[in-house]
Every structure is written in C-alpha cells, then in structure tokens.
Write a protein that binds this ligand. Structure first.
Ligand SMILES: [Zn+2]
Length: 204
C-alpha cells in the first residue's frame, strides 16, 4: 500500500472495496476484517484466543462472539491457556455467571478440557503454531469465499477430536483456519485479497 495509509487506518475508510458479507455498521467487525481475519497468525496467545472464541462460536454468528471478545478476555484470564487448563468446578460456576460471555454449560465445561488439549499439543509439537501450520507446510491456502469446510478442516477436526477437543467440527475448524490465516477467503474484489495486495503487505 502507499505511504498515505500510514496516517489513517483502513477501517476508518468506508470506501475501500471489502468482502460483500461484511456489516459495515459494526466498526469492530470492520476492524477485525481489515486487520486480523485471514492474516497469518503465529503467536501462541493469538492462536489460543481464536481457539476459545471459535469454539464458543459453534452455532452462533462470529459477529456475536466478536462483540463479546472483551468479556471473554476478562472471564478467561486474558486467554492464558495455563490458567484455563488448571480450572475446576468452581471456575465453571464462575463462568456461568460471568458477565457478557456465552452461558452455555457444555461449552464452558469443554473450554477447560480444550485448554488442556491445547497445552498437550504445545508439548508434543513445541508450539501450537507448529502443529497448526504443519497441516499446510506453513503455506496459506487460498479458498473461494463461499467455501465453509474442506479436506483441510476435515483433517484438523478429526485430529482434534482424537485429542479430546470438543465443539471442533469441520465447519468450526474451517472458521478457525480462516481466523488464523491458514486459509484466506477474502472476496477477490476485497482490498485484503492476496491478489490485490502489494508483495510488501503480503509479508507484513
Ligand atoms: Zn475481505
């Protein structure tokens, strides 16, 4: 992009071409679309945060979860996987009362087991990043905007289920792969589409 974009973040510019499904009336959603969605994530904290949010999202809209992101951050110890993995029954009771999050008992119960599975993967692979990106040898996969699951998400969902991860069906895992940037699903006309980005942006 030109140097002119330095002064003004993209999400303050409503005239940019974006994915057709995006609700421009929600600034948090526009910012997420522009700055996070389908961009390669490699740090463990972000990958865990998205893991929590996506598994709660199962059956709900991503916008609903995104609007609750700060509440989840407060309730889930700033997405500290070590803390969450150590929680027990009293924490489940606390989470069922925590303001602003999804009070779905099975998901809340599963979130603790999922944190333990996440940590087990970190131990086995050295990092969750190495595990996740190993599915594509580190290369993002370009997908059409209307795809909601594929062989990659099937494989990830099956592997995670075998590790005891709950609420990790293939559609949910496809959404996770998009969030983590392993899959890129921007509309070809969107300014974030890889075909439209300058080489310098693509490596940012
Ligand atoms: Zn887009």
């Amino acid at each position: 992009m030109s140097t002119a974009t330095k002064e003004r973040p993209s999400w303050e510019d409503a005239t940019l071409p974006r994915c057709s499904w995006l609700k421009l009336s929600n600034p948090a959603y526009v910012r997420y679309h522009d700055a996070e969605w389908c961009r390669p994530h490699h740090d463990e904290g972000s990958l865990y945060e998205l893991f929590v949010l996506e598994l709660f999202q199962a059956g709900l809209s991503w916008e609903t979860i995104l609007n609750k992101r700060d509440a989840f951050r407060s309730a889930y110890a700033s997405f500290d996987v070590d803390a969450v993995a150590s929680w027990g029954p009293s924490d489940i009771d606390r989470l069922m009362q925590a303001p602003g999050i999804i009070h779905h008992r099975r998901k809340i119960e599963a979130s603790i087991g999922n944190a333990r599975a996440f940590k087990a993967i970190q131990r086995e692979y050295g990092s969750f990043d190495a595990y996740l990106w190993g599915f594509t040898d580190g290369t993002p996969l370009r997908c059409a905007p209307n795809v909601t699951r594929n062989e990659l998400s099937d494989a990830l969902a099956t592997d995670l289920k075998g590790r005891g991860v709950a609420f990790a069906g293939s559609v949910t895992m496809f959404s996770y792969l998009q969030a983590a940037g392993v899959v890129n699903s921007h509309d070809p006309a969107c300014f974030c589409a890889p075909e439209r980005m300058q080489p310098t942006d693509a490596h940012a």
